[in-house]
Design a protein around this ligand. Structure first.
Ligand SMILES: [Zn+2]
Length: 391
């Protein structure tokens, strides 16, 4: 896997590509052979603990060329990827069986593996793919490794590029992000904004998938029906639920980071590791699993967008952010639905507002500043996405 170097950021540019109709089957065939060769290589590497390039080359290179019919360059890339997979599997303390890859996805090296020429991509083996559309913002940066993926009837080429890491500005304040399962609340002592989460919408698809799975798992239906069509539909529902979460996380993080940048604020979020772990402990709870996924993906995208846009980011301890008074530190008491009051200083606000103020306070103290007298903002549960969707 390519990693960002010091002062550089690795970005991925996805481009939809389309092979010439007469060569599509041959290309798919190459990708299938690559996948099979990769699965084979991972097993050979594990069995022989051949984690070095020299060892892997000796064990696999000829086989990959002869048995799987891979071009030399592709055979090289293949056992390299297999080593990376084997290493990351060995690093994982909770590893199960040796992974078997099912999707069609092929690594390509720049120059000898693929080349972008005008509106076409040329691949090893003489394949020409027309570029249907791509993000041109990074055109000026050299192409590095790429991955050709075939999914749901479409080819996408993901090209890795290294771009300079933007300098971070000196923040004028903090924009705190509090996440609960219904909403993301963004704000500080002066402003507050709420964005709905898509958990319910995603759950709808998971429920559909479950219903379908339950219905057709009965013996009333033929084995064929149970195996093929239904399984594909169930998988599609699951993927849909995941995509909903991913889309939302990307858009919401974009909104948050743009807002912070506009006002030159640092973004502060809670460290959600503990929360995600505890959600994962709940056995077979799909709601919890989706919430955990949402938290994880939002955290990922906020961090990434902050890096990409030069927005300073602070991750704060989440302990007690929605139960202690942001003004005086006393334990708050509940006085209504999600409403809390401080018995010592009288501050009263919505639970999420309290969390935002505490996150802001913690971030400011991390930055070396102090918050002398935070006041609760006017709580207005305004319509979601008032800031609008990112372009
Ligand atoms: Zn207080």
């Amino acid at each position: 896997m390519p990693a960002g170097g010091e002062g550089a950021l690795t970005v991925t540019v996805g481009m939809k590509v389309s092979p010439e109709p007469e060569s599509e089957q041959a290309l798919l065939d190459l990708m299938r052979r690559y996948r099979d060769a990769l699965n084979y290589s991972v097993r050979v590497i594990m069995a022989n603990r051949a984690l070095s390039l020299t060892k892997a080359h000796r064990l696999l290179y000829n086989d990959l060329k002869k048995r799987f019919g891979l071009p030399s360059v592709t055979a090289n890339v293949c056992y390299r990827e297999a080593i990376a997979i084997a290493k990351s599997w060995l690093r994982n303390p909770r590893r199960g069986n040796v992974p078997t890859l099912k999707s069609l996805s092929m690594w390509l090296r720049p120059k000898d593996g693929y080349r972008v020429k005008g509106d076409y991509v040329e691949l090893i083996g003489g394949y020409r793919l027309r570029i249907v559309g791509w993000d041109r913002r990074y055109d000026d940066f050299p192409n590095r490794e790429a991955r050709l993926v075939f999914r749901e009837g479409e080819f996408t080429l993901y090209i890795f590029k290294q771009v300079p890491r933007p300098a971070k500005y000196a923040p004028k304040g903090v924009l705190a992000v509090d996440i609960n399962e219904r909403q993301v609340v963004v704000g500080n002592s002066h402003v507050e904004q709420r964005v709905e989460t898509p958990i319910e919408r995603a759950l709808h698809y998971r429920r559909l998938a479950e219903r379908l799975q339950g219905k057709y798992s009965s013996a009333r239906y033929s084995a064929w029906l149970r195996r093929s069509g239904v399984r594909r539909r169930v998988r599609r529902f699951y993927r849909k639920a995941k995509n909903i979460i991913e889309d939302w996380a990307r858009k919401a993080s974009h909104t948050i980071i743009s807002l912070a940048k506009q006002s030159q604020l640092a973004v502060a979020r809670e460290d959600l590791t503990g929360l995600i772990e505890s959600l994962k402990e709940l056995p077979k709870d799909h709601r919890a699993a989706l919430i955990a996924l949402g938290y994880r993906r939002l955290g990922y995208w906020i961090d990434w967008q902050a890096e990409k846009n030069g927005v300073p980011l602070l991750v704060v301890d989440p302990a007690g952010t929605s139960s202690t008074c942001p003004r005086c530190g006393a334990e708050l008491v509940e006085v209504g639905y999600r409403r809390l009051r401080c018995p010592r200083c009288g501050l009263e606000a919505n639970r999420d507002t309290i969390a935002v103020l505490n996150i802001e306070k913690r971030a400011l103290s991390k930055m070396g500043g102090t918050l002398t007298s935070p006041t609760a903002p006017q709580v207005t549960d305004v319509s979601p996405n008032r800031w609008g969707e990112p372009p």
